[in-house]
Design a protein around this ligand. Structure first.
Ligand code: FAD
Ligand code: SF4
Length: 468
């Protein structure tokens, strides 16, 4: 039957159901529901099958989006799962956490008044349903090469690298200092965006493919790096960025002032029943979160779920110029977070070393900076104090290069990022030919999907290096 290309005129964009805000703040579970076979087929059928699919180019892993949408609309789930796994190691996770409005869906031709195709939700449906029904990647044709590669870091970059290696007959052994795989997927991103059972299932899938995990093992402490260099044919570094950015204003060390990532990590470990030091509950507190990115939104919404009395998020630019995803700001607002735009913190104030508020100054937006975002400029005489008995600082992360990099000839740039260019020959090779790197530690804090892409591309580089 010929496809009706004007189907989108009759069938509008429909997202999976979202829990009401008053229900979702009662717990940490995911807030979005899932499509079923009929709704995913109906939504997938809205795709125009553009000759030059912009969505595919805007997706950092260049998923074959129109092709798997077509397979879903025809009810061919297994083939859709096979195809989506050819380009993405973590499709069910990217379907949940990618900022689709800035990526694939933002580039959809229908995102022009008709409503973009719900690409992320269909991608999540494909992998979730196929895996639940027992579908697994077929590696029966893979011929072992006898080569072995050590991967440091079981985050998206490390997992992306291991996936491509194992599909090409190279044995990956993935080391991580944490007790579970996933990196920030498990320990940073809160459950309401990504339930940890989803990451655990992906671990089982990867193990089934032949990826080996060695957890609770800190390379450089528990095992010397030299040992990995001696025992393996190549090493991939996917160690993330973990240096907390300070505000540089007085009062940051006062009691009641918390860093975003340790706060979120401890909360995730607490929910996973893992041993944790430093768990912080903000129950009953008047909380001020400083920052406007996704980490700030995660802190806002975690504090709400912990039973904070009030949560106010202060950001130095306006809503239009904030870095976080619009979807997450809306979710935070629905859940009761108050936003104060154009407020720059200049001091944390307190009594007896205990925080009582944040002094902010109002800003006006000036000329765009090098990234195109308008610079905030303080308005003289506009200081005010926002009362608070807890403050969470979420200004982002800088790279945290290991002290042993220099000893092994791994160069870093002036910002601390490992130098491993995409255009190197082989791709993502560091200044030590046997060592490759990718993800946040190379590009700086970014996204799950860009880390997956770099891990996968670095694996291609390793295959070239190993000549297999
Ligand atoms: P990581 O995920 O950081 O993984 C690095 C791993 O290396 C860790 O498991 C670490 O334990 C391990 N490691 C480091 N050093 C060693 C060592 N010496 N020995 C052994 N193991 C080591 N992105 C999105 O796309 N969508 C979102 O909604 C989103 N939300 C986020 C929310 C928060 C709070 C944060 C902090 C980030 C968020 N991100 C989001 C960004 C995303 O999580 C990261 O860009 C991505 O996880 C980077 O992947 P990676 O593999 O490079 O590093
Ligand atoms: Fe969109 Fe992310 Fe999936 Fe690519 S990986 S299709 S950007 S949701």
């Amino acid at each position: 039957m010929t496809k009706n290309n004007f189907q989108f005129l009759d069938v509008g964009r429909v997202d999976p159901k979202k829990l009401e805000a008053k229900e979702r703040v009662k717990g940490f579970g995911e807030i979005y529901g899932s499509f079923d076979a009929d709704s995913s087929a109906e939504q997938a059928d809205r795709c125009l099958e553009c000759g030059n699919p912009y969505c595919e180019w805007k997706c950092p892993v260049h998923n074959y989006i129109p092709n798997w949408l077509k397979l879903v609309s025809e009810g061919n789930l297994a083939q859709a799962a096979e195809l989506s796994h050819q380009t993405n190691t973590l499709p069910e996770i990217c379907g949940r956490v990618c900022p689709q409005d800035r990526l694939c869906e933002g580039a959809c031709t229908l995102n022009d008044g008709f409503g973009a195709v719900t690409i992320g939700s269909v991608e999540k449906y494909i992998a979730d349903t196929a895996l639940a029904e027992g579908w697994r990647p077929d590696l029966s044709h893979v011929v072992p090469t006898g080569k072995r590669v050590a991967v440091i870091g079981a985050g998206p970059a490390g997992l992306g690298c291991a996936d491509v290696l194992v599909r090409n007959g190279v044995k990956p052994v993935v080391y991580d200092r944490y007790p579970e795989i996933g990196g920030l997927l498990t320990f940073g991103i809160p459950e309401f965006k990504l339930e940890k059972e989803v990451v655990k299932r992906r671990r089982e899938v990867l193990e089934g493919m032949g990826v080996e995990f060695v957890l609770n093992t800190d390379i450089g402490k528990d095992i010397p790096f030299q040992q990995l260099l001696d025992e393996y044919d190549a090493v991939f570094l996917g160690m993330g960025t973990y240096t907390y950015m300070k505000g540089g204003f007085p009062g940051e060390d006062m009691q009641g002032v918390h860093e975003a990532l340790p706060y979120l990590v401890a909360n995730n470990k607490h929910l996973l029943d893992l041993p944790t030091e430093g768990y912080i509950s903000l129950e009953g507190k008047n909380v001020v979160v400083l920052g406007g990115g996704d980490t700030a939104m995660d802190c806002n919404r975690t504090a709400i779920r912990q039973g904070a009395n009030s949560v106010t998020c202060a950001y130095r630019r306006d809503e239009e110029n904030m870095p976080g995803s619009r979807r997450e700001v809306n979710n935070a607002r629905e859940e009761g977070v108050q936003f104060l735009w154009n407020r720059q913190p200049i001091e944390i104030v307190g009594e007896n070393n205990q925080v009582t508020g944040v002094k902010v100054v109002t800003t006006a937006l000036g000329e765009p900076d090098e990234r195109g975002r308008r610079r905030p400029e303080p308005v003289p005489g506009s200081e005010e104090i926002i009362p608070a008995d807890a403050v969470v600082i979420a200004f982002g992360f800088r790279p945290s290069p290991a002290p042993w990099f220099a000893e092994f000839g791994v160069n870093i740039d002036e910002g601390g990022r490992v130098v491993a260019p995409a255009e190197a020959q082989p791709a993502y090779q560091t200044s030590n030919p046997k060592i490759f790197a990718g993800g946040d530690m190379v590009r700086g804090s970014d996204l799950v999907v860009t880390a997956v892409w770099e891990g996968r591309q670095a694996a291609e580089g390793i295959l070239d290096y190993l000549e297999v």
